[in-house]
Design a binder for this molecule. Structure first.
Ligand code: 1HN
Length: 334
């Protein structure tokens, strides 16, 4: 026999009502309490498992993309690296064509390995070479092919978790396996490394920022982020640089392109090298370091900043104590 109050709560539940006072702290914490954790995925594992996937699974209409998604250990089953971002590696073998389709989710590809692959976006063929960034914005047809001699591996960044939260997903297959394709003289949806690298190298001392050293955002024709939901950055950490820590309500996934060093994410030290990828959840203190005395480190990242900004939710804070660097309390062992 329950008390009157217990009976009241049971009746609320039956009537599909919630009492705010029982849930408000969880719904409105005084600051973000993300279940997502800082986490790092090693290139050694990503490449080996992508290679196994290529041996085990054929790319066809049943498995349209040979993609391994980075799932955050803080939220098992989420298929998400952060609350808004999907991050993954995709592998395509010589001779393969991943069939044409389109979806509401916007995607970016950052090429890590291989020569001879291309993505056709809305009938325009974009070559994929190491360091190139290729966009497939929302609802544009795209298929990938590899006419080279070696497997191609790239990083995929998509806004899948955001679109899933909004229940805004549409998906459609093209009526043929691949689109008829012409050249893409205007690079409307690609940023070749041959242009990114010189722009990045032109940056010098005077362009340095405290939290990211020398950073460049990839922008669209109007100077905005590459996708409405997702911004892409590339940054150079000069030898010996140890950035200051900050946190923002936006989240990010980083891909190490060159060099080695470490990042401190929420007090935990994550050592990294080429091809490693790590997730920075919302409102997590983070700084980056390149302890090498001669080698640069180059990091590519996707950030959901445009979403937070569009909604008027963006906030950012600098870490003031200890000269702007977090005390390291743990070492990432994974
Ligand atoms: C997708 O269609 C692509 O088109 C990449 O290459 C990653 C992850 C989940 C669902 C669809 C692509 C994807 C994806």
């Amino acid at each position: 026999m329950g008390s009157v109050l217990e009976e009241f709560y049971a009746e609320l539940e039956r009537r599909r009502l919630v009492a705010l006072w029982r849930v408000v702290r969880g719904l409105m914490p005084s600051q973000p309490q993300s279940r997502f954790l800082p986490h790092l995925w090693r290139w050694k594992d990503l490449r080996a498992l992508a290679t196994s996937a290529a041996e085990l699974v054929v790319v066809d209409r049943a498995a349209e993309r040979r993609v391994l998604g980075l799932e955050n250990p803080g939220v098992p089953g989420s298929c998400a690296a952060t609350p808004t971002l999907w991050a993954a590696v995709q592998i395509l073998l010589p001779g393969e064509v991943a069939p044409a389709h389109r979806h509401s989710q916007g995607a970016v590809r950052f090429i890590l390995q291989g020569e001879g692959a291309y993505t056709t976006v809305e009938g325009e063929k974009h070559v994929m070479r190491r360091g190139d960034l290729v966009l497939t914005p929302s609802w544009l047809w795209h298929d990938h092919g590899n006419v080279g001699q070696e497997p191609t591996i790239w990083f995929d960044g998509l806004d899948i978790p955001l679109v899933a939260t909004l229940d805004a997903s549409f998906f459609e297959q093209f009526h043929e396996h691949a689109q008829p394709a012409g050249e893409a003289p205007n690079h409307r949806w690609s940023y070749p490394w041959t242009e990114t690298a010189p722009a990045l190298m032109r940056r010098g001392e005077g362009d340095a920022t405290p939290f990211d050293d020398l950073a460049l955002q990839y922008v669209n024709g109007s100077g905005g982020p590459v996708l409405p939901t997702l911004a892409c950055w590339v940054q150079r950490l000069r030898p010996g640089v140890y950035t200051r820590a900050h946190r923002h309500v936006s989240s990010a996934v980083y891909v190490i392109f060159e060099g080695s060093g470490f990042s401190v994410l929420g007090g935990e030290r994550f050592g990294w090298g080429p091809g490693d990828m790590f997730a920075v959840p919302p409102w997590t203190w983070h700084e980056h370091a390149n302890p090498s005395s001669e080698r640069e480190a180059i990091l590519f990242s996707i950030q959901d900043t445009p979403v937070l900004q569009a909604l008027g939710l963006y906030r950012e804070e600098a870490y003031e104590a200890h000269d702007g660097r977090q005390p390291v309390t743990r070492e990432f062992a994974g």
